[in-house]
Design a protein around this ligand. Structure first.
Ligand SMILES: Cc1cc2nc3c(=O)[nH]c(=O)nc-3n(C[C@H](O)[C@H](O)[C@H](O)COP(=O)(O)OP(=O)(O)OC[C@H]3O[C@@H](n4cnc5c(N)ncnc54)[C@H](O)[C@@H]3O)c2cc1C
Length: 292
């Protein structure tokens, strides 16, 4: 019995993953599983655990590079309403971790709740955003988290409370197998003030990123006290190309991909970027991009 035979109603086999990622490259998943309920999700996790089948969760695929070769095991997408629901109750907001960050921002702004407006323009699901504490100096998602419901590899539920959660620079300790729902505590503000901050954040973010129509990803973490972008600029990397992968001319810490690009091109460009920064600044850059 394999995953598709066990869960035929919501499993597809040999599904190309490139269309589900921002870089638009990479090979197929052995199984793409899109459960419709939490019970189905739990059943898949339990079965995969006992059958030794690896399980990975895909958010918006913005921080992911999928290798060109077929990816063994299950890739899970949490796109059913059971995983994307957002409810607002006073200043408390609950969101399924499969929801788009943009939907969370608009739901809260509509209710005059402040906190998330500076995250506008960050492509992510709530789960992906929590994993890497999405944001910047003007605000991070982690600041507003009250608790997160998670599942472990066997499908057991856990509640991670605020006091055990750690959010750092592009990182968090939310390393559970599945982030299921998150509860946030926001504060009220005037609608005009929220919209003003949102507009400012949008303009600033757009100015420092690849164009929205480009297939792109942010590549390296900024080392403590330094900026990855500045180190890459200093190494003169803007517009460097390997095959169909190119360092963005708008921000050297982003790679953009062109038609025909492969994951191998991206990996070779990343190696080149690392070695040029090592030569010019003596700094060893660590990837932010998760490679599957
Ligand atoms: C143009 C552009 C601009 C950006 N601007 C910013 C910015 O200003 N600030 C910033 O912080 N980031 C920024 N990013 C980075 C990016 O938006 C984040 O990394 C984003 O949070 C990734 O979310 P995702 O849903 O796409 O996660 P994915 O890329 O799909 O997954 C990333 C990791 O999270 C895991 N994951 C995702 N969802 C779950 C879940 N529900 N349960 C368990 N694990 C999960 C995956 O398994 C994977 O390990 C930018 C990226 C681009 C391309």
């Amino acid at each position: 019995m394999n995953v598709a035979e066990q869960f035929p109603e919501f499993t597809q086999t040999h599904v190309p993953l490139a269309p589900f990622t921002h870089l638009r490259v990479g090979g197929p998943a052995e199984y793409l599983v899109q459960p419709r309920t939490v019970d189905e999700l739990t059943a898949v996790l339990g079965w995969c655990r006992t059958s030794n089948v690896p399980v990975r969760v895909l958010g918006s695929g913005v921080n992911l590079l999928i290798r060109d070769e077929p990816l063994p095991g299950v890739v899970m997408r949490l796109v059913a309403p059971a995983f994307t629901d957002i409810t607002v109750d006073g200043t408390t907001v609950k969101a399924g971790c499969g929801a788009k960050l943009a939907s969370l921002i608009s739901a809260t702004a509509k209710n005059d709740l402040a906190g998330f407006e500076t995250l506008v323009g960050i492509p992510a699901t709530v789960g992906g955003a929590l994993r890497c504490n999405a944001g910047d100096r003007s605000g991070e998602i982690g600041t507003y988290v009250r608790r997160v419901h998670t599942l472990d590899e066997s499908g057991r539920v856990a509640v991670r409370e605020r006091d055990e959660l750690k959010f750092g620079d592009a990182s968090s300790n939310l390393d559970d197998a599945v982030l299921l729902t998150a509860e946030f505590a926001l504060h009220r503000d005037k609608s005009e003030a929220i919209v003003k901050r949102m507009r400012k954040a949008w303009i600033q973010r757009r100015a420092g990123q690849p164009y929205p129509f480009e297939a792109s990803a942010r590549v390296f973490l900024s080392p403590r006290g330094q900026s990855a972008r500045e180190l890459l600029d200093k190494a003169g990397l803007a517009r460097t190309k390997v095959g169909g992968a190119e360092v963005s001319e708008r921000n050297a810490n982003y790679i953009v991909t062109h038609p025909g690009c492969t994951a191998r091109d991206v990996l070779r460009l990343m190696d080149l970027m690392k070695s040029k920064v090592r030569d010019s600044s003596g700094v060893e850059l660590e990837p932010e991009l998760v490679v599957w």
